[in-house]
Design a protein around this ligand. Sequence first.
Ligand code: DC
Length: 221
Amino acid sequence: MRKRPVIAIDGPSGVGKSTVARLVAYALNARYIDTGAIYRSLGWLAEREGVSFDDGSGLAALCALHEFAFDAGGHISVDGEMPGLAIRTPAASLWASKVSRHKEVRAALLELQRQLGADGGVVLEGRDIGTVVFPDAEVKIFLTADPKVRAKRRWKELLERGEKAALEDVEQDQLARDEADRNRPISPLRMATDAFELRCDHLTAEQVSSLIIERAQKLSS
Ligand code: DC
């Protein structure tokens, strides 16, 4: 039995999971684990090391060869090196989506994610946390928002980082990735039957995180 809860926050891309998960983790003094950053880092490694995005076993072998870790601020490092913004470009989003569809990769990363959350006191954000990684999570949240609202959010993020991007392209990329995430045979993006769905279109990140914090605090009262 865990002393502190695992909080699973799942949902499609651009819904604001990272901002919300960070706020929740900060308020509850919990660790923050962005599982998408692991898939992104693996895609980045594959591109760098010339492993084909079609080679599931080759990509899984790459997971075993490298060490993924998170610092207290929730930033990922690979073998002690921080990929930083290199895993946040539109190309990196595509590589992440490509590596994440392989069952060998998902199996290789499952254990790592479970270890990262094993002691509780953690907020994990991703696509399959409440369904596959921690089906026994004490708090399960599924965030949703209109695709246009999500695309606009991603587009603004890219512009703020100084990347050039057209809103229509971001929207198209996102729809394609959503489609791939929802329809892959292994661990597709799906709301757990016991998850709480939160529609975020008209809520600020602070409002969404307050609702989640309230649910988590009810557990311990
Ligand atoms: O959340 P994100 O955009 O950083 O995720 C990058 C990719 O990784 C996305 O295409 C879906 C995939 N992913 C996944 O399949 N399972 C997770 N738990 C997290 C991310």
